[in-house]
Design a protein. Structure first.
Length: 309
């Protein structure tokens, strides 16, 4: 664990569904509330834009940094490559991949859009088995050596592939996967085929690897814990989910907090600790998210949450 886990602001929809003015307001509020890490990707959010291409979130963040002198020293920027479509009509079926040439080109383009000389975390967005792992590992190590990325990590990649890449010099010290309190059925297909879920062995791997952080996207499952209009997808339809949601509701009511806040506190204070990536479309939602940093679950409450399976 490279420092205490904290909430990461997910900027996926900045510049598309969330306009630039609103994005600036959310970024400002995040920093005011003590936030530091901002997570984006070079393909965000291609599916929301008429061009079918990404880069919009990075451009908004870059313009925000340029409009806020000194802000670059106050925030940490995380971005990704590998999943930008090469053919807008085919989307994720035509991902750019992780060849050395592609990663170098994508990193340079992201730095330009962000208006920075380096990022604080650079991720392989999805694994690419069409490219030798040694090639991908080598170019990520190269980015660190060149000072273009302070840290590197792998998203949507099995733990065993991460370990192999680390041995090959990738320098990956973080793993980003889908994870939350409610869990899908083992082996159930998720609606987003590119998503990879945290499993018990993933947690065991991170727990036993002190220099590896675990980041979690979809940590609040698209608002499903607090909004009736955001139902869980079919993969979560099993008795364990019912038990977990009942326990979650009881804990939240007893503590006088929201279910979202309990989930985030559960992730932040777990073993291993998890860095939840959370999106917010309004300042009020962001305030709710950031308040979860102050919620500490005692051992009895945590044991009760864990036992609901």
């Amino acid at each position: 664990m490279l420092g205490m886990a904290d909430i990461v602001l997910g900027a996926m929809l900045f510049g598309t569904r969330i306009g630039e003015k609103e994005s600036f307001e959310l970024l400002d509020r995040f920093v005011e509330r003590g936030g530091r890490w901002i997570d984006t990707a070079n393909n965000y959010a291609f599916w929301e834009h008429p061009s079918g291409l990404g880069g919009h979130s990075e451009r908004v963040i870059g313009r925000w940094l340029a409009a806020r002198p000194g802000m670059r020293d106050r925030v940490l920027i995380s971005t990704k490559c590998g999943a930008e479509p090469t053919d807008p009509a085919r989307g994720l079926e035509a991902m750019e991949g992780l060849s050395a040439a592609t990663v170098r080109r994508a990193a340079a383009a992201s730095l330009q859009r962000l208006g920075v000389d380096h990022v604080d975390m650079y991720w392989a967005h999805v694994e690419d088995r069409s490219v030798p792992l040694a090639e991908t590992a080598g170019v990520f190590g190269e980015l660190r050596t060149a000072g273009l990325a302070a840290r590197t990590g792998a998203s949507n990649t099995p733990a065993w592939r991460v370990e192999q890449a680390r041995a090959l010099g990738a320098g990956w010290d973080a793993l980003q996967l889908r994870h939350s309190y409610a869990l899908p059925r083992p082996g159930a297909a998720l609606e987003s085929w590119s998503h990879r879920q945290v499993f018990p062995e993933t947690l065991d791997y991170v727990r036993s690897t002190p220099d590896l952080d675990l980041w979690a996207y979809s940590s609040l499952i698209n608002g499903a814990y607090g909004r009736a209009d955001r139902p869980l997808e079919e993969a979560y339809d099993h008795p364990g989910t019912t038990r977990r949601l009942t326990t979650l509701a009881d804990v939240a009511e007893s503590a006088g907090v929201t279910r979202n806040q309990v989930v985030l506190a559960w992730l932040l204070g777990g073993d291993p600790q998890v860095w939840p990536i959370v999106g917010a479309s309004t300042p009020e939602r962001l305030d709710e998210v950031m308040a979860a940093r102050d919620l500490k679950l005692d051992a009895e409450t945590r044991a009760r949450l864990d036992a609901a399976n």
